[in-house]
Design a protein around this ligand. Structure first.
Ligand code: IMP
Length: 207
């Protein structure tokens, strides 16, 4: 059984404003107050691990050590089957310092077209993956996983969400992730799943 929070403040160990907004939405009404690493001016640790769990652990522990508060981090990315799982753990790095997602989505489209002869012929299966970790100031860490499978579009659509959302259509949907409302995305997203597992295990029990 996981150790539970008893209210108080939790640090969201992220500097990505749109990710912070999603995490805040997913924790709304939970009875805990949130501060982001961005607002606290915490340094961003180097994400040197080879997988999502390792990098989420690095980010959560760095914030917990810096603040003395329980800290929650998400490490996530898009895994494209036809590109052997890339960009995966390098999803943010692929977008470069400018975080230029239109260009990065075009790069994925072109890489698939080159490998398969055309985009139409490509294996367009993909998944968003995440690991969310809660680190306590004494160094204990607990992690939760989420995954949503889908298909890539040749032409990205929609203006909601962030990152690679406009080119990803979740299974069972005809709209891209960027065409869903925030509540619809939360219901089926990798982050929504992992945060519900976190909430069940770690948030104060409701009476
Ligand atoms: P991280 O901040 O190191 O975890 O980088 C995650 C990167 O993966 C983000 O910058 C996005 O490029 C991508 N990503 C993660 N979650 C999502 C999502 O929900 N939608 C679209 N892109 C995402």
């Amino acid at each position: 059984m996981s150790r539970r929070l008893s209210g108080g403040t939790v640090v969201l160990a992220s500097h990505n404003a749109k990710k912070i907004r999603e995490l805040e939405g997913l924790l709304a009404g939970s009875g805990i107050s949130l501060r982001s690493a961005r607002d606290l001016g915490l340094a961003e640790p180097a994400e040197t691990a080879a997988d999502f769990r390792g990098n989420a652990t690095i980010k959560a522990l760095a914030a917990a050590e810096a603040t003395g508060l329980p800290s929650l981090a998400d490490d996530s990315g898009l895994s494209v089957a036809g590109l052997d799982g890339a960009p995966g753990v390098h999803s943010s790095r692929w977008a470069g310092p400018e975080q230029d997602y239109p260009a990065t989505m075009a790069r994925i489209r072109d890489a698939l077209a080159t490998r398969f002869g055309s985009f139409a012929a490509a294996d367009k299966r993909a998944a968003f993956l995440t690991v969310v970790c809660l680190a306590w100031p004494d160094g204990e860490v607990v992690c939760f996983e989420g995954r949503v499978d889908g298909t890539l579009l040749e032409t990205p659509r929609g203006s909601g969400g962030f990152g690679y959302d406009p080119m990803f259509v979740p299974d069972g949907e005809s709209r891209s992730m960027a065409e869903l409302t925030p509540a619809e995305k939360d219901r089926l997203s990798h982050r929504g799943q992992a945060m519900r597992a976190f909430a069940e295990a770690c948030l104060p029990e409701r009476r």
